[in-house]
Design a protein around this ligand. Structure first.
Ligand SMILES: Nc1ncnc2c1ncn2[C@@H]1O[C@H](COP(=O)(O)OP(=O)(O)OP(=O)(O)O)[C@@H](O)[C@H]1O
Length: 393
């Protein structure tokens, strides 16, 4: 479709429900996508039947190394969703029963088949979600103490690898079965932030420095708010986003990225578990897909099949964990940086904005500093006053 001069795809997207009503289609049948080559053109498709109406059984693992993208499910055009995980920290978000564990299971079902990945898990729901994978997990933390220790150990691995890499003048840690990547799977990240105070500093350290050193985080959470994530720093490092059904519209922007809701990515309308939007490098827009359905039998059989083929940590990383005198102090969380705390608070502010006392609380800074920064951000178009004394991004 050619748009009228001055019209944008966002204008069309905003009218999708009206277009569906006029065409007499089922709700959710119309898709509008920007022509990547021309801002004044878009493609509109009407899907007579929902290609994702039925569950799509998991075909089993296809990856054998972390360098292989993980096949998560199927796009609406029947091509498979291939998500690269090497040197990336994926974030999976969605409300309860939206299929987060399902997506974790597809990813784990592939990672256990990779010969160059050591898997650690944190599941503070008593191991409910990750326990079935325990035969393939080198470690599984189910209590706050175990989780704190696990993350501290992951940071020790990171430090040892960083040290070795700089000594050898190599920029990245090349993963092989003898020097595997370390992937830490965290189910319900918010629970970790609530119960393990040191977790935020450790997780941010891993998120910031882990990619080059092949120490990756994979986090699932119901709502990745600033509070649930212990600050915005971790989320900003997570370049693979999977957004299942959300309860509140504004959660779309939290999980995918700012502006995604307004751009028409209506994850609150997804109508079945496992239906999702995925945003990974290679796509500049999220795409609709359905994750494969992994049954309990799949999990049990896959875990049993790969349990005795899992690699071990390389000696350098293992020695870093075993060192008895290691300090367990967490690094200072970057959420202590008032500027990013202010920007994250503004980003996540409700439509009515946040008042100055709330911004003082979020940043720990004085009123005069807040005013000065708000003026600067307003001048740069990064913040606006939505009502007297109330601000948002
Ligand atoms: N890809 C899928 N296709 C079809 N059904 C699915 C899919 N993923 C999950 N389901 C079904 O949806 C239900 C909820 O899934 P799941 O437990 O993964 O949700 P969740 O988001 O992890 O929920 P919670 O936050 O409560 O743990 C399950 O009964 C599951 O069988």
């Amino acid at each position: 479709m050619k748009l009228r001069p001055g019209q944008s795809v966002a204008d069309i997207v905003a009218h999708v429900p009206a277009i569906e009503s006029a065409l007499g289609t089922r709700p959710g049948a119309v898709r509008v996508e920007q022509d990547p080559a021309h801002a004044g053109r878009c493609t509109m498709r009407v899907l007579a039947v929902d290609p994702h109406a039925g569950a799509i059984p998991w075909p089993g693992p296809t990856a054998t190394t972390l360098a292989d993208p993980i096949e998560l499910g199927v796009f609406e055009d029947a091509t498979s969703v291939r998500v690269p995980l090497l040197r990336r920290h994926p974030l999976i978000g969605g409300t309860t029963d939206s299929g987060k564990s399902g997506v974790l299971n597809v990813i784990l079902g592939n990672l256990v088949a990779c010969t160059d990945v050591v898997l650690w898990g944190i599941d503070l729901k008593g191991g409910m979600e990750l326990q079935p994978w325990a035969p393939c997990l080198a470690r599984l933390a189910t209590t706050p103490d175990e989780a704190a220790r696990l993350l501290a150990d992951a940071v020790a691995v990171l430090e040892a690898r960083a040290h070795a890499s700089s000594r050898d003048n190599s920029r990245v840690w090349e993963t092989t079965p003898d020097a595997p990547a370390l992937v830490i799977v965290i189910d319900e990240y918010a629970e970790l932030v609530d119960t393990v105070p040191d977790a935020v500093g450790h997780a941010e350290s891993i998120a910031r420095r882990g990619r080059a050193l092949a120490v990756d985080l994979l986090a699932a959470t119901q709502r990745p708010t600033q509070k649930a994530m212990g600050g915005g720093a971790l989320r900003s490092q997570m370049s693979v986003r999977v957004c299942l059904r959300v309860r509140e519209r504004r959660d779309v922007d939290l999980i995918l990225d700012k502006g995604m809701l307004a751009a028409g990515w209506h994850a609150h309308t997804l109508d079945a578990p496992g239906k999702l939007y995925v945003l990974a490098d290679g796509h500049n827009q999220p795409r609709r897909a359905r994750a494969y359905l992994v049954t309990d039998d799949h999990v049990r059989d896959t875990a049993a099949r790969y349990a005795d083929r899992r690699p071990e940590l390389d000696p350098l990383s293992q020695a870093a964990i075993d060192r008895p005198s290691r300090a367990l102090e967490p690094p200072k969380a970057t959420s202590a940086d008032p500027e990013s705390a202010l920007l994250s608070a503004l980003d996540e502010a409700p439509d009515g904005g946040l008042a100055i006392p709330e911004l003082i609380k979020a940043t720990g800074m004085r009123r005069t500093w807040i005013y000065a920064r708000l003026q600067a951000h307003a001048a740069a178009g990064r913040a606006r006053q939505v009502a007297r004394g109330r601000w948002k991004a």
